[in-house]
Design a protein around this ligand. Structure first.
Ligand SMILES: [Mg+2]
Length: 169
């Protein structure tokens, strides 16, 4: 089985879209890292996740990926704080009893947390994918607009099952 890591924010859930909207409503600039830091340090993640939605049937798609028996699936997600990790794990656990969730402190690269060589990462952030490929992994971009930014692209997570035939001989 191929190691497959799936990002959470902007891939499984529309947390980025919702947080940007909330920050703008509070007069904060979502692109400003200090504004974002303050916003996330005071965010109630339990309430916040209830306002977010899965993207493009992500939960069903992950079920299909697991059922394909081709991948060993884990969720690999950057976190700003421990409460965020707790609530993300709780959310995933509501849908999957036995799916590994790996929270990565925002300050370090996803490549520092897991074995990357030959493993696939599906992520919406091209910066993470560049680091992943540089560390010997296989980066796949998640984009609802199917903009790969130089990486193979999926807009529904279960497309990785067919793509796997092509990119991992
Ligand atoms: Mg993301």
């Amino acid at each position: 089985m191929k190691e497959l890591y799936i990002d959470f924010d902007g891939v499984i859930m529309n947390t980025i879209e919702v947080s940007y909207r909330m920050m703008e409503e509070q007069g904060k600039n979502p692109k400003d890292s200090e504004d974002a830091k303050v916003f996330f340090s005071t965010l109630n993640w339990n309430q916040f996740l209830k306002q977010c939605q899965p993207i493009n049937d992500s939960i069903d798609c992950i079920g299909k990926i697991i059922d394909s028996n081709k991948f060993s699936v884990s969720i690999l997600t950057h976190i700003n704080g421990l409460e965020e990790a707790v609530e993300k794990v709780k959310y995933i656990r509501k849908h999957f009893k036995d799916l590994t969730v790996i929270p990565v402190p925002k300050q370090i690269s996803k490549t520092e947390m897991v074995h990357t060589e030959g493993a696939i990462l599906i992520d919406d952030y091209a910066g993470n994918l560049r680091e992943w490929n540089a560390a010997g992994g296989i980066g796949v971009r998640f984009s609802e607009k199917r903009n790969g930014k130089g990486f193979p692209v999926v807009d529904y997570l279960d497309q990785i099952i067919e793509m796997f035939e092509n990119i991992c001989q």
